[in-house]
Design a protein around this ligand. Structure first.
Ligand code: FES
Length: 237
């Protein structure tokens, strides 16, 4: 007897293991659900809402909602694409994301999602916040202007690196990622090869001196939209 769960996503029947979230089940079936704060190998955080889907008609975050038998999930609809566009738009205007000058361009998940969702210019006015930089670490540079508060560095530091380098402080518009040393990142036990640095989806945490090791034009999202690898893996099976 199989324990597999059967559900539908955008009218297609897929299967899930008990305990899998909708996002994980969809990914295994070759269906890409846009996401930002979720990362494979980390606990789900459920904060960005970019993965919002409709489950039996109700909005839910696909990265935290477990798959259940008979669920009817809507993912790629006009309404949800517009919701995601608005969320991405807001992330762009509330930080300082100057893609053309950013070392992470072509490798940035925020930028890649904007392209995938067809955003050419934000619909809201820019806020141009003044945020702190931290260059105190010999190998890592922190630019909070590009931070989207996804918490991936916080979780990766704890769950993958076994450290507690990053954490959130403040609330509302004053919320930011802090490090566990008063003198800045250089006073922590962070290392350039920490998973926490690699987990950053934007150019907020960057390893120094390797920014252009892969030339612009040859980066992850330069040739195909984000999520294509998930869709292709299924079509090649
Ligand atoms: Fe699900 Fe961020 S990816 S809430």
């Amino acid at each position: 007897m199989s324990d597999r769960i059967s559900l539908t996503i955008d009218g297609r029947q897929i299967e899930a293991e008990p305990g899998q979230t909708i996002l994980e089940a969809a990914e295994e079936a070759g269906v890409y659900i846009p996401r930002l704060c979720w990362m494979k190998g980390l606990s789900a955080f459920g904060s960005c809402r970019v993965c919002t889907v409709r489950v039996n008609g109700r909005p839910q975050s696909a990265c935290t909602q477990p798959a259940a038998p008979g669920m009817v999930v809507e993912n790629d609809t006009q309404e949800l694409r517009e919701l995601r566009r608005s969320l991405i738009d807001m992330l762009f205007i509330e930080g300082n994301h100057f893609c053309m000058f950013c070392e992470k361009s072509g490798d940035c998940e925020l930028q890649a999602l904007a392209y995938r969702l067809g955003i050419t210019a934000p619909q809201y006015p820019f806020m141009f916040p003044q945020r702190e930089l931290d260059a105190t670490h010999p190998e890592i540079f922190v630019d909070r202007n590009r931070c989207i508060l996804c918490g991936r560095c916080v979780r990766a530091s704890q769950e993958l690196d076994g450290k507690h380098v990053f954490g959130f402080v403040g609330r509302g518009a004053g919320k930011k990622v802090a490090v566990n040393a008063e003198s800045g990142l250089g006073g922590t036990d962070a290392a350039g090869d920490d998973e926490a640095v690699a987990a950053c989806p934007t150019g907020s945490l960057l390893k120094k001196r390797v920014g252009f090791a892969v030339p612009v034009g040859q980066r992850r999202f330069d040739h195909q939209p984000i999520g294509s690898e998930i869709e292709q893996a299924q079509s090649e099976e």
